[in-house]
Ligand binder design. Structure first.
Ligand code: TXA
Ligand code: MG
Length: 319
């Protein structure tokens, strides 16, 4: 069991000693280490069982703290940073030599963001070091959105869990960068595409569906529960699998009473996609830990955070 609490001083001391601390952010919990300390960063890969070709995001507390580690000189990216930081936006920027190659898996760019969570911002400010932090889950599994999720899976491997409550967004950050001078989205996430395009015009999608090293964390089978997951129309899929005990993740205020012999989780009765994002990973975990044999989830509308939710479900699904 890892010690849990809201002691920023203790968390900061452990990080400066090269230890691992789970940190709260508005998106998901991160497994943090001092990004400037290669030995500490190695521990992240070990604890998560994460391949070294999958690069990490560094977290800083202020845009002025960036210049030691990277350059932000594209006007459009700057505007995105100024509009959405602190928040669920990660930028891919040229890496300076101060950041070990291990952090970026040898790539010339490093992923950076300013998370929007008071405790973690205070921690970053107090330590004045960049924190490398992937989501605090074993590689390939569903991301954690509350301290108990981290405790359950990585409690033996992390030195402290900074308890910042339940994540207010619940999906990993949206990753944006440049390719051939164009603004591209490399991972859908907690910042909706529509909001990005309002600031910088139409963007191109570079969302990978295979193990293309260009987007290493975008492996197809990712964010996955252990039980088989199917996505589509709940009623139709429940009918086909009627011999199994099912966990159903539904959405909206339709009548689900005919499924009462199954486990029913409603992502948002009001059909609110932001609320669905907050609940998604929690319900996937509950479904995975239940006595259901299969998990079935409704496909959500393809706008706002619905797009990122569907992306996660597709990567997690059995087919
Ligand atoms: O919301 C988030 O982004 C959370 C919180 C903790 O900040 N972090 C997170 O990290 O989701 P992680 O490691 O689970 O996903 C980061 C992904 C990588 O898997 C990879 O696809 C992409 O970011 N990435 C990181 N550095 C990159 C780089 N230099 N070039 C391309 N992709 C990169
Ligand atoms: Mg992750």
């Amino acid at each position: 069991m890892a010690q849990t609490g809201n002691n920023i001083r203790l968390a900061g001391r452990l990080l400066l000693e090269g230890k691992l601390v789970a940190i709260p952010t508005e998106t998901v919990y991160g497994l943090a280490a001092n990004a400037l300390n290669e030995q500490a960063v190695l521990k992240i890969f070990e604890a998560k069982n994460r391949p070294h070709f999958d690069p990490l995001i560094i977290h800083v507390h202020h845009i002025d703290a960036l210049s030691k580690y990277t350059t932000l000189d594209d006007d459009r990216l700057k505007r995105l940073a100024e509009t959405f930081w602190p928040g669920p936006l990660t930028l891919l920027l040229p890496k300076k030599a101060t950041i070990p190659d291990l952090v970026s898996s040898g790539l010339p760019q490093v992923a950076v963001r300013i998370p929007n969570h008071d405790l973690t911002l205070a921690l970053l400010k107090a330590t004045n070091i960049p924190l490398a932090a992937p989501s605090a889950n074993p590689f390939g599994y569903v991301s954690p959105t509350e301290p108990a999720h981290v405790q359950k899976q990585l409690g033996e491997k992390v030195d402290y869990i900074l308890d910042g409550g339940v994540c207010s967004i619940g999906l990993e950050s949206t990753i944006v960068g440049l390719e051939d001078g164009k603004i591209c989205v490399f991972r859908l996430g907690g910042l909706a595409l529509e909001k990005i395009e309002k600031i910088c015009g139409p963007v191109e999608m570079r969302i990978n569906n295979s193990s293309n090293p260009n987007a290493p964390g975008q492996l197809k089978s990712h964010y996955a529960p252990k039980k088989p997951l199917f996505i589509g129309d709940i009623d139709a899929l429940a009918e086909v699998n009627s011999l199994n005990k099912l966990a159903l993740l539904c959405f909206g205020n339709k009548d689900y009473s005919r499924h009462r012999h199954n486990l029913v989780f409603n992502l948002s009765k009001n059909g609110d996609l932001d609320e669905a994002a907050i609940n998604l990973f929690k319900y996937l975990r509950l479904a995975d830990d239940s006595d259901a044999e299969l998990i079935i989830c409704e496909t959500l509308p393809e706008y706002g955070l619905g797009r990122a939710i569907n992306d996660r479900l597709r990567r997690a699904s059995a087919g």
